[in-house]
Design a protein around this ligand. Structure first.
Ligand SMILES: [Zn+2]
Length: 284
C-alpha cells in the first residue's frame, strides 16, 4: 500500500456517516485526489481545523487500491486563506473556481502549475479590498485555468477554413466562437456551428495577448466592460461544453450579486458560527 505525504488544497468536502468526511484535494504531486478522512469529526489532534474549503494543508495517508478513496490519516493546516470568506465577491468566485477544478480536472493527474495557480488565486481572493481590477484579474485566472486544464481556445484562425484573424476584412470585425470546436470560426463558416456566438476582434486580440502576460503585467492590465463580458461568456461556454453541464456556483453567484454588491452585513457572525454557516449563510 503506497504511502502518500504531500501538500494540497481542500477543494471539496462532504460529511459521511457519523464521524467521517469525504474530501477532494488538489495536491502538488498527484493532482486531484478523492479521499476519506476516517473519524475526522471526532479527532482534533489528527485534523486540527484543517478540512475547510480553500485551506492549504500537509497530509499523510495511503492508497489502498488505485480506484478506491485515498485514506487520510492526518492533516495539518498550512494556510486557511480565511480572507476569502470576508468578502462576498471573493467567496463566490472562489467557489466557482473550486467547481471548475472539481468538474474538469482529471483524477490523479499531476499538474504542478494548477497547484501553484490555486495558491496565487486564493492569495488574490483573500485580499479583495486591496485588489485593483478585480473582475479583469478573475477573467485572467479563468483563462489561465482553462489553458492549464488543456482547453486552451484556438483564437488565431478559423477552425473550419483556416482564415487567419488578421486577414479578415476590417469591415467584418466579428468572428464567432464555437464552444464545441474550442475556437473561432469566420462569418462564412458560422452556419456549420449553430451554437457559435459573436466575439469582437478586440476581445480575441486581447485574449491572445493575455496568454503571454507575466505576473507583473497581469496586475496592471484592465479590460473594457465589453471585453470582460465576452471573455466571461467564452470561457464559461467552453467549460460547460467540456464538463457537460452548467455550473451551479455561477447561478448562485449571479443570484447573489444581482441582489446586492455586499450581503456581508445581513447575517450576524454569531448566528452563522452556531449553524456552521459562513457569513453569507452558505453551509460550510
Ligand atoms: Zn472559416
Amino acid at each position: 500500500m503506497p504511502r502518500v505525504k504531500d501538500n494540497a488544497f481542500i477543494i471539496n468536502k462532504t460529511d459521511y456517516g457519523e464521524s467521517d468526511i469525504i474530501i477532494t484535494l488538489f495536491s502538488a504531486g498527484r493532482g486531484k485526489i478523492s479521499c476519506i478522512a476516517k473519524g475526522a469529526k471526532r479527532s482534533r489532534r489528527r485534523f486540527p481545523g484543517s478540512l475547510e474549503l480553500f485551506s492549504k494543508v500537509s497530509f499523510n495517508g495511503f492508497i489502498k487500491h488505485p480506484l478506491a478513496l485515498t485514506r487520510i490519516d492526518e492533516c495539518q493546516l498550512l494556510n486557511p486563506y480565511l480572507g476569502i470568506q470576508d468578502e462576498l465577491k471573493g467567496y463566490l468566485n472562489g467557489c466557482y473556481f473550486l467547481e471548475i477544478i472539481n468538474r474538469c480536472a482529471a483524477e490523479r493527474q499531476h499538474n504542478r502549475k494548477i497547484f501553484e495557480l490555486l495558491g496565487d488565486l486564493f492569495t488574490f481572493l483573500s485580499a479583495v479590498p486591496y485588489n485593483r481590477n478585480f473582475n479583469c484579474r478573475i477573467r485572467l485566472f479563468e483563462l489561465q485555468i482553462i489553458t492549464l486544464l488543456g482547453f486552451k481556445p484556438e483564437l488565431l484562425s478559423c477552425l473550419n477554413c483556416g482564415l487567419k484573424l488578421e486577414e479578415e476584412n476590417s469591415k467584418d470585425r466579428f468572428f464567432h466562437f464555437s464552444p464545441q470546436s474550442g475556437g473561432i470560426v469566420c462569418k462564412q463558416c458560422r452556419k456549420r456551428h449553430p451554437a457559435a456566438f459573436t466575439v469582437s476582434q478586440g476581445t480575441i486580440n486581447l485574449l491572445n495577448q493575455a496568454h503571454r502576460l507575466d505576473n507583473e503585467l497581469r496586475n496592471k492590465v484592465n479590460f473594457t466592460p465589453q471585453v470582460e463580458a465576452e471573455s466571461a461568456r467564452l470561457c464559461r461556454a467552453l467549460l460547460s461544453w467540456h464538463s457537460g453541464c452548467s455550473f451551479k456556483s455561477l447561478k448562485i453567484m449571479e443570484g447573489f450579486l444581482s441582489r446586492s454588491d455586499d450581503l456581508s452585513t445581513l447575517i450576524p457572525d454569531n448566528v452563522n458560527k452556531r449553524n456552521n454557516l459562513n457569513k453569507y449563510g452558505v453551509k460550510q
